[in-house]
Design a protein around this ligand. Sequence first.
Ligand SMILES: [Zn+2]
Length: 389
Amino acid sequence: MFLFIHLQKGGWRSSKLAMMQPQPFNIKPVNLHTTLTKKVPSLSINQNLERLSNACGVTGRESQVRDLMVELLKPYADEIQIDKLENVIAIKKGKPKKPKIMLAAHMDEIGLMVKTITKEGFLQFSKMGGIDDRILPAQKVTVYTAKNTYPGIIGSKPPHIQKEEERKKIISFDELFIDVGAANREDAQSMGVAVGDSVSFDTTYQTLGEDAALGKAFDNRAGCVTMIEAMRLMEKTECTVFAVGTVQEEVGLRGAATAAFGVDPDLAIVLDVTIAGDVPGVREFDTTVKMGKGPALTISDSGLITHPKILRWFIDTAQQQKIPYQIESGLLGSTDAARISITRQGIPSGTISIPTRYIHSPCGMLNLKDIENAAKLTAAAIKTATKHF
Ligand SMILES: [Zn+2]
């Protein structure tokens, strides 16, 4: 999910829509009679999410994730392409003259990039994607150099020697630094650390209880896993499907722009995460989406008003297949769908999202059943696409 950090809270908001109870759009439903028989083993969802979450793909340096995506999509694709910006495009061929459908899940994650190495050997950094400065101090991180990886910690001036006013202030990221234990600049350079190196949060994937998982980069490895599962489930389709792992979403939906232009689809489904509002302090006005209650369908966000036919298609499919779903609207953020929908002459696009707690932080939490249901919904929607478009 892309965070519109330049927009003030309370700025753009669709207040009327946000206050609506979760209700489908008032559009005439279409009767569909299709079934999906194959069951999703949540084991593969869990395993794929573990591998993808633990891999590093900070925006602009997605190669580790890209290689994994190629490996995991290969069994379900007739052809795999990697475009010039390094978006992965897995193609499942359908019949001629049927709609071309683009699935998109961004592969990049928020993180940091080494900006300066101080003469004392500390790494100053820039932020890649929307990161709240308040969550940075004392975080364990991993620095990815050309040849090695190093553990590090984000340091700041100790509170013991801060003045009272300083302790009340949020420490800006440009006052923080990464300590990799280097003695000085030369030492850091001899370790191979260089300006431009990616830095990811050091969080290892874990499962909790029956269906929950926590880990880093669920934004958007959860969408990547959903896309892989959907490709596995859909088997033969009438429509040609392009499952695209996009790059550089977190800095402005960039990979999606070139991929959508290249693929030139008739429709697009974006698979991403969304905010789960089921934690203390979140008002019903802000979001009613909850973890474990099914994938979320977006009516509108900061960059997209979902095409009504797309929303109808998703809701009819979910109801026919008895797949739980939630409706959300008016979020201050957006997804690749915002960019894809305004590519070329316009591409009707919608978003199927995994409700996730603590996104854009070092550790998120989600329910694996939501991924399973999002994949089922995506695969079933593709099977019924020709009845709607
Ligand atoms: Zn995001």
